[in-house]
Design a protein around this ligand. Structure first.
Ligand code: ATP
Ligand SMILES: O=C(O)[C@@H](O)C(=O)CO
Length: 422
């Protein structure tokens, strides 16, 4: 297998978002969980997206895991490496976007990496280095209250510089408007000035096509699915990949009980849970009881098993910013997050042990905890439920999953997802 594109995603929902985008753009793509074992049978593909759970771990660990993924992808001949980060640039001043980008770039012998989280299809645009989420700058968006990495600065040149080894430059929209050669020339100039990375503006899909073509002339870039789209288009346009139709033969219906789990506290997920109340029984975990050591997971599982024969159920820990802040103040941010993720993983394990083969999970960290506990090795990519969220089919057993990035999906996401998981 010689890969046209090797991708390293810093969380599992982000990985399925990227796998969805690449598939839609005509690249045969598979999503693996972690760095695959050498004996994992993978179909013939153009792109592999290695899913890591490295967004919120110490920077040196994120660098080590990303390097391991890069070695695996390089050994399969990957022509270009994309480090997939969140379209809202989720990170802290301690990392991990800067340290991982620096490491992958240096290992590849490159002087500078193009970096952009722009993904216009989901209303993430970058102008003069400032990230906008819909109509508001990042620091005014709900991301300012993210439970793990509150984003309070919209100037990504500044944000990335605080977590990078060297200075960071800007590739402005005026340069992007002049095309891929102008972008490449500007990258060279910024590298000569000693910049190790450049935040690239992009407002429309056509900007992504330019950035993708410019990025492809180097070995490493960093971005969200928008840059993935640009790279995929450039690979197809250059003839390096023959566009393939999406894989429609993922296996037949699976049926049986279905369940949804939500650990994301994003505004979008909170709205989707409220809407789901009209369609299915919803159980809300009590984080204070859970963190006090009560068996909330066991109780939720027993609750689910009483109802699951009648239709899908939803179990959610999700809460609004004030409640999240109160839990974190009492138990600590990481402790609370990890304990809730572990409870969700336990619930998922119990559900699957009791026959659930159709599972929807909301939240990147939550999805990581669940998928790891279930020991799923890789996914094939099915139809799109909403921009950035595909249906996934496990490669080693009959199971449908949907891993929803916190901010993605329409108001009826949970029922929309289950409709596509027969
Ligand atoms: N009620 C709560 N109080 C405090 N923390 C919570 C609560 N519910 C969930 N969490 C934690 O908040 C974090 C949510 O992160 P997660 O990545 O799952 O969602 P997200 O950030 O919205 O999704 P994405 O990364 O895909 O955008 C997890 O660590 C989860 O355990
Ligand atoms: O890029 C995004 O916004 C998503 O794919 C994601 O990474 C959220 O965790």
């Amino acid at each position: 297998m010689t890969l046209a594109l090797g991708c390293i995603a810093d969380d599992y929902t982000g990985a399925s978002d990227l796998a969805n985008t690449l598939t839609k753009a005509g690249l045969r793509t598979v999503q693996t969980i972690g760095v695959p074992a050498d004996d994992l049978a993978l179909p013939e593909v153009d792109a592999v997206v290695v899913s890591l759970k490295s967004r919120s771990i110490p920077a040196e660990e994120a660098v080590a895991r990303s390097r391991e993924a890069a070695s695996w992808l390089n050994a399969r001949g990957a022509g270009h490496l994309l480090f997939k980060v969140c379209s809202t640039f989720d990170s802290t001043d301690a990392g991990n976007i800067g340290p991982v980008t620096d490491a992958l770039r240096e290992d590849a012998g490159e002087a500078i990496a193009l970096v952009t989280p722009a993904f216009p299809e989901t209303a993430r645009t970058v102008y003069l280095g400032h990230l906008f989420v819909g109509a508001v700058p990042l620091h005014e968006s709900p991301l300012k209250d993210h439970p793990l990495n509150p984003m309070r600065d919209s100037n990504l040149v500044r944000v990335l510089a605080r977590q990078s080894r060297g200075p960071v430059g800007l590739l402005d929209l005026a340069t992007v408007a002049h095309g891929a050669e102008a972008v490449s020339a500007r990258l060279d100039a910024l590298a000569r000035e000693g910049k190790g990375a450049a935040i690239a503006d992009a407002v429309l899909d056509r900007d992504l096509a330019v950035l993708g073509a410019a990025a492809l002339t180097r070995k490493v870039s960093t971005g969200a699915s928008g840059l993935g789209l640009g790279l995929a288009r450039a690979l197809v346009a250059s003839g390096r990949v023959a566009p393939a139709a999406a894989d429609t033969d993922l296996g037949g219906p699976i049926g049986g009980p279905a369940a949804c789990l939500a650990g994301s506290c994003s505004q979008a997920t909170l709205g989707q849970i409220a809407r789901a109340e009209a369609a299915m029984p919803v159980r809300r975990l009590d984080p204070a009881r859970l963190l006090a050591g009560e068996d909330e997971a066991g109780a939720a599982l027993a609750w689910a098993m009483e109802r699951i024969g009648d239709g899908p159920v939803l179990i959610a820990s999700s809460a609004g910013p004030d409640d999240v802040a109160a839990v974190q103040a009492r138990y600590g941010r990481d402790e609370a997050g990890h304990a809730i993720e572990a409870a969700m993983a336990r619930i998922a394990e119990g559900l699957v042990a009791n026959g659930v083969r159709r599972l929807v999970v909301a939240g990147g960290e939550t999805s990581g905890a669940v998928v790891d506990r279930l020991g799923l090795p890789a996914f094939r990519v099915g139809p799109e439920i909403a921009p950035g969220v595909p249906v996934l089919r496990t490669t080693d057993r009959d199971m449908w999953l949907a891993l929803k990035s916190g901010n993605f999906g329409g108001p009826d996401f949970f029922t929309d997802a289950l409709k596509l998981m027969p």
